[in-house]
Design a protein around this ligand. Structure first.
Ligand code: CDP
Length: 202
């Protein structure tokens, strides 16, 4: 059987952490689609055009250790606005979404474009300050030298670009459940999402 859980939302809202925990709980596979765009963006640092980078993406490209940096996030958001880049990455994501045994995909357009018939659609949000605080902590722990204000500006800039683009913009699907994690711990957010999915699984 296939069962697709689509988790979308703005930058650093907690999608990744929730997706990983939910996939582990249900024994589903997890795809962080942001990583595809980050790896595509990072390949442009070496002189490839965004389209070449997307069309030649390999599993090895997803192993680069600079993909979580703020620079890779910005590069991701720039290449992600190009329709041909998104097109090059659709088939892989759609096949993943419908694999046997269930799948959790997190990104920006999973519930709207990649898997519009997903069994569960969530849109995870949190206030700008809370998102920036969480992401700042993560980046500093990884050794990146970046201030809270720089992280806040980065998230806002990417969200604006992601929401304004013509192809697959950042927005909740009409039938998505919105989860605001501003005043939730990660454990609370995960518990709430698991509860919602259990209802759907029946
Ligand atoms: O982890 P964070 O929420 O900061 O970002 P991400 O999910 O790794 O995504 C990085 C960038 O890739 C986003 O700002 C989007 O521009 C782009 N992206 C997208 O366009 N569509 C997706 N399905 C996933 C990411």
């Amino acid at each position: 059987m296939s069962f697709c859980i689509a988790i979308d939302g703005p930058a650093a809202a907690g999608k990744g952490t929730i997706s990983k925990a939910v996939a582990q709980h249900f024994g589903f596979a997890h795809l962080d689609t942001g990583l595809l765009y980050r790896a595509t963006g990072a390949k442009t640092f070496e002189g490839l055009s965004p389209i070449e980078a997307a069309q030649t993406l390999t599993a090895q490209d997803l192993e680069r250790d600079d993909l979580r940096s703020a620079d890779a996030g910005q590069a991701a958001s720039r290449v992600a606005a190009e329709p041909a880049v998104r097109e090059a990455l659709v088939d892989f994501q759609q096949a993943f979404a419908r694999r046997e045994g269930g799948a959790v995909l997190d990104g920006r357009d999973i519930g709207t474009v990649i898997c519009p018939d997903a069994e569960v659609k969530l849109y995870v949000i949190a206030s700008d300050e809370v998102r920036a605080r969480r992401r700042h902590k993560e980046l500093v722990e990884k050794g990146e030298e970046i201030t809270f204000e720089e992280v806040l500006d980065d998230l806002r800039e990417r969200d604006e670009r992601d929401a304004a683009r013509a192809t697959a913009p950042l927005k909740p699907a009409d039938d998505a459940v919105v989860i605001d994690t501003t005043s939730m711990s990660i454990e609370q957010a995960v518990a709430k999402v698991i509860e919602l999915i259990e209802v759907k699984l029946g």
